[in-house]
Design a protein around this ligand. Structure first.
Ligand code: FAD
Length: 455
């Protein structure tokens, strides 16, 4: 496995590490910060590290003091996330630049090939498609990393970063965008203010409500079961996406004979399936996985995730910017959701760098983030939505379009290369990103040049 580039942003030194009491909770009922981040899921944690480690500074060239506000998950809650994330190259560069990747790469497995198999049993069966990273001169498309390991590493890093104060709360109960600041109230009666707030608080975001952004949400009548399993044959770093009438069943390589599963089913069917004992589930999975990894030997705990979609008219308003699932929800096809969240964070860091006086003129930052990020999010979400619907909707023109599309993909190398590049996270509208294809934190020599002058 080729190691992504070495970290270019210094990890925290001993001096950076807060050793005061080991307790990050606030002592007072009211505190003021330079930047508030609500929600400590993976995207919120990475956004906090990105903002802190890239040295986001205010107009007085002072390191921003960041409040991260949200519950800290227990060990049990961490293990409840049975998903893995396939991080594409731009995200891997960002994780590497932030010195996160080195903490988790022992758990990472490369994905070198992707096979898409049509098992919809329809008249218009699409051809099988085979993508290999070598077509892009890359050793692998992505590294697959268990969410529980990722989150554990992120929590440790955030807890050690002196620029970040983790304000633990059961939940934020109120967010108010005012003329000169955003006020954030916690369930325990604390109040935090900051001139700008990042909402990383997931699909039911309270920050999104406070920003009053027009939101369109829908359900796919689909639930995905995610779990780990072991199997008989070597997976050879090949991910298998089997398109079935209820959605895709995806086998994603982990280390050695381990892999992860994302299996989209009708909600009632998924409910029955998670109730099966190990043997019953293995039997069903053996049938549906078409023997690609050989016999399934063992399965770990199964967790069901209802599949939704959400798109927003814009990503920021009223001193509040949204990242991750607070900003977009897409079905788990093509491993896009978390990668989009990291792209949000990297773009927002650039926008903050370009708006050092955002406390006085927040509209510049809001506008800049919307310009950099909204179009890519909207188009990528639409593409994933159509791909998912083409499997679910029993409507002939949809099926025909999918078959034609996959046939073209199979036959036309330039088209296949383009789709692979886009799928790997290159913004669809590269020109919208000031002529650069990727934000600073996702570039190879990373932030060194862009941010060094400000250190
Ligand atoms: C089955 C499945 C497989 C997937 N596989 C991939 C993949 O391979 N690649 C990929 O890129 N993406 C993948 N995704 C998508 C990815 O998992 C999500 O995009 C990602 O987890 C979203 O992270 P987040 O931090 O934005 O949201 P969340 O993980 O939902 O975090 C939100 C956080 O905000 C907190 N919060 C909520 N409300 C409040 C409040 N009022 N006050 C304070 N805190 C609050 C919550 O406690 C939580 O900690 C997959 C998704 C599914 C369902």
């Amino acid at each position: 496995m080729i190691k992504p580039s070495a970290p270019l942003i210094n990890p925290p030194t001993n001096q950076d590490i807060s050793t005061s009491s080991g307790d990050n909770r606030m002592s007072s009922e009211y505190e003021k910060f330079d930047l508030a981040i609500v929600g400590a899921g993976p995207v919120g944690l990475i956004t906090a590290l990105a903002a802190a480690y890239t040295g986001c500074k205010d107009s007085h060239q002072k390191q921003l003091q960041i409040a991260l506000i949200g519950p800290k998950p227990s060990a049990i809650a961490l293990n409840r996330d049975t998903r893995t994330t396939a991080f594409m190259h731009p995200s891997l560069k960002m994780l590497s630049n932030l010195a996160i990747l080195e903490k988790i790469e022992t758990e990472a497995a490369p994905l070198k090939e992707l096979r898409m198999i049509d098992d919809t049993a329809g008249l218009l069966r699409a051809p099988d498609c085979h993508f290999t990273s070598l077509e892009l001169d890359l050793p692998y498309f992505a590294l697959n990393i268990p969410n529980a390991d990722l989150n554990r590493a992120l929590i440790e890093m955030v807890s050690q970063a002196s620029a970040i104060r983790w304000i633990e709360t059961e939940e934020v109960s109120k967010v108010t965008s005012e003329d000169e600041q955003v006020s954030i109230n916690t369930r325990e009666g604390k109040m935090i203010t900051a001139p700008f707030c990042i909402g990383a608080d997931g699909r039911n975001s309270i920050c999104r409500q406070a920003a009053e952004i027009e939101t369109d949400t829908w359900s796919y009548d689909q639930t995905a079961i995610a779990c780990g399993f072991t199997h008989q044959l070597p997976h050879n770093a090949v991910s298998i996406e089997i398109h079935r009438p209820t959605g895709p069943l995806t086998l994603i390589p982990l280390k050695e004979h381990h892999a992860s599963l994302v299996w989209s089913l009708k909600p009632a069917e998924a409910e029955q399936m998670v109730k099966l004992d190990d043997n019953g589930f293995i039997e069903a999975l053996n049938k549906a996985s078409l023997g690609f990894y050989g016999q399934i030997n063992t399965v770990a705990k199964r967790v069901a995730f209802p599949i939704k979609g959400m798109s927003l008219k814009k990503l920021a308003a009223k001193r509040i910017a949204l990242v991750g699932e607070a900003a977009h929800i897409v079905p788990p096809i093509g491993a896009q959701g978390m990668n989009m969240g990291l792209m949000d964070a990297a773009c927002l860091c650039d926008a903050i760098q370009q708006s050092p006086d955002y406390a006085q003129f927040p509209s510049n930052l809001v506008e800049s983030y919307n310009t950099i990020r909204h179009r890519d999010v909207a188009r990528r979400s639409k593409t994933i939505d159509l791909l998912n619907k083409s499997l679910l909707v029993d409507y002939l023109p949809f099926k025909a379009a999918r078959t034609v599309g996959l046939t073209l993909l199979k036959q036309l190398t330039p088209l296949r290369r383009l789709v692979m590049q886009q799928g790997m996270g290159t913004p669809l509208e590269t020109s919208s990103y000031h002529g650069e294809s990727l934000p600073t934190l996702m570039q190879d020599p990373a932030a060194e040049t862009a941010y060094a002058s400000q250190s």
